[in-house]
Design a protein around this ligand. Structure first.
Ligand SMILES: Cc1cc2nc3c(=O)[nH]c(=O)nc-3n(C[C@H](O)[C@H](O)[C@H](O)COP(=O)(O)OP(=O)(O)OC[C@H]3O[C@@H](n4cnc5c(N)ncnc54)[C@H](O)[C@@H]3O)c2cc1C
Length: 438
């Protein structure tokens, strides 16, 4: 039986046809993976409760466009209840799960509510990895939630306004540093450079473009290391053409409130440090699960996606270390999250029906990164690379396809089309309450 203790409300999810559910499934996390599990179990004989600390699903790949004032927060988020409004066996509980009690088969929420489960799915994703670099978690700005994106947008726009306000008295210099030359860092740096150009050219900010720097740094000796070297060279050239300084083989040793320090001793005054250096599941629920641990706090699962040693606990998406044919573990990417979530739902149905489980196999769909207008790279599953306008169009199409909700797709399509023909438009708004949003 699924129930809330501590007098909390019960969300009555029913199974199709009003028959009693054969099992209760609790899914922690409403990201790509959790939503895929829910979709796979919709209208089946099990009762599902999706628990998330936010009442919405966030499309993380477009967060950088919210942060750089290209899209509105509502364009990339969708209420989880609305996604499953038509499925009578799916319920939603807003809250943060703080622990799992395997002996009692319950999860415990922050408000001490306990939810019973027959099957538990951990789909809690990952979080920014700061690698213990002093000051990084305190002063650098990660990009992992809608609140992060809003905070960053405020910070960037406030820095520009502040510099404009001082411009009459002094010659103002502004430096924005993006740490991490993977897709998120490349996309953020490119979009930030475009935001600055627009703000200077069209919003009347009185700043000297040559004194407003966007610096992209990475420890590696090339950008986009998951792509072939030709794509890395292309990305670096395109970024430089947009005014981004690409600094490779540079190691950050400390982040201060208004500065960043490198291993070679340089200390750079900064208006903002944006952290796109990698992700980890350390510190998330996956790490505190008391199951076998994989790399960086991920829950180690077998090919059936069950946590080792626990027959009724499953892990999917970024939270899981999923064995892979081509490398040790599947990468932490949206297609892995969606495919593993879908597969997990099938396995839970097999389990409750007494059928044999089947192994998960990831179908590589390739990887992509956009640098800016009409510039993107895509590595195809067979290893080929497409880039330029074709890559950019492929990137646009794919992101529209995977966005959750027709309304969001339409809004983003209209926004992108509008901006294509009227590039300076965009929600360059400083929203005062962002600091308190979580
Ligand atoms: C900025 C950025 C850009 C990216 N770009 C791309 C890209 O272009 N292409 C690509 O393939 N991948 C991209 N990724 C990676 C991709 O977004 C992830 O692989 C994917 O989101 C993983 O899905 P998930 O469901 O496992 O986790 P998430 O999408 O992170 O969802 C986890 C959910 O769990 C909830 N949660 C966490 N802990 C708790 C708790 N204790 N209690 C309740 N709820 C909890 C969170 O609120 C969240 O809703 C990007 C990631 C980021 C951060």
């Amino acid at each position: 039986m699924l129930y809330w203790t501590m007098g909390a409300r019960h969300t009555a999810a029913r199974t199709t046809g009003g028959t009693p559910p054969v099992a209760n499934v609790v899914v922690v996390g409403g990201g790509f993976a959790g939503i895929a599990v829910g979709r796979g179990l919709a209208n089946s004989e099990v009762r599902v409760t999706i628990v998330d600390q936010h009442n919405f699903h966030t499309f993380l790949p477009l967060l950088y466009q919210v942060a750089t004032a290209g899209l509105d927060p509502a364009d990339v988020a969708y209420p989880i209840r609305t996604i499953f409004g038509g499925a009578p066996n799916i319920g939603f509980r807003h809250g943060r799960v703080r622990e799992v009690n395997h002996a009692a088969n319950t999860v415990v929420l922050d408000d001490a509510t306990e939810l019973n489960y027959d099957h538990l799915v951990i789909a809690t994703g990952a979080t920014a990895a700061f690698f213990g670099i002093p000051g990084a978690s305190l002063y650098a700005m990660p990009l992992y939630s809608l609140a992060d994106a809003r905070r960053l947008r405020n910070k960037l726009l406030l820095a520009l306004e502040d510099a404009d306000a001082r411009a009459e008295q002094e010659s103002v210099a502004l430096t924005f540093v993006v740490v991490g030359g993977g897709p998120t860092g490349v996309e953020t740096a490119g979009a930030l450079a475009e935001l600055i150009s627009i703000a200077l050219r069209r919003d009347g900010l009185r700043l000297d473009r040559r004194r407003v720097r966007v610096v992209l740094v990475d420890l590696a000796d090339r950008l986009l290391t998951a792509f072939p070297p030709s794509a890395s060279g292309y990305a670096a050239r395109e970024l430089r053409a947009r005014g981004v300084e690409v600094q490779l083989a540079r190691s950050v040793v400390e982040v201060e409130e208004r500065a960043i320090r490198f291993a070679d001793g340089e200390r750079l005054e900064t208006a903002a440090v944006i952290w796109a250096a990698g992700v980890t599941a350390s510190g998330t629920l996956a790490q505190g699960l008391s199951v076998a641990a994989g790399p960086s706090g991920r829950a180690r699962v077998g090919l059936q996606l069950r946590c080792e040693g626990r027959d009724n606990v499953w892990a999917v998406g970024d939270a899981a270390a999923i064995p892979s044919n081509s490398s040790a573990f599947c990468p932490q990417l949206a297609p892995v999250a969606i495919q593993s979530g879908r597969h997990c739902a099938e396995q839970i149905l097999h389990a409750v029906r007494g059928e044999p489980l089947t192994p998960f196999s990831y179908h590589n769909k390739g990887i992509m990164a956009t640098i800016g207008r009409r510039a993107a790279v895509a590595k195809l599953p067979q290893g080929g690379v497409i880039r330029g306008t074709l890559g950019w169009l492929a990137w646009l199409g794919l992101h529209l396809f995977y966005l959750v909700g027709f309304r969001n797709r339409l809004r983003v399509l209209i926004n992108w089309t509008w901006r294509y023909f009227d590039w300076p438009s965009g929600p360059r708004l400083i929203v005062a309450d962002a600091e308190t949003a979580d």
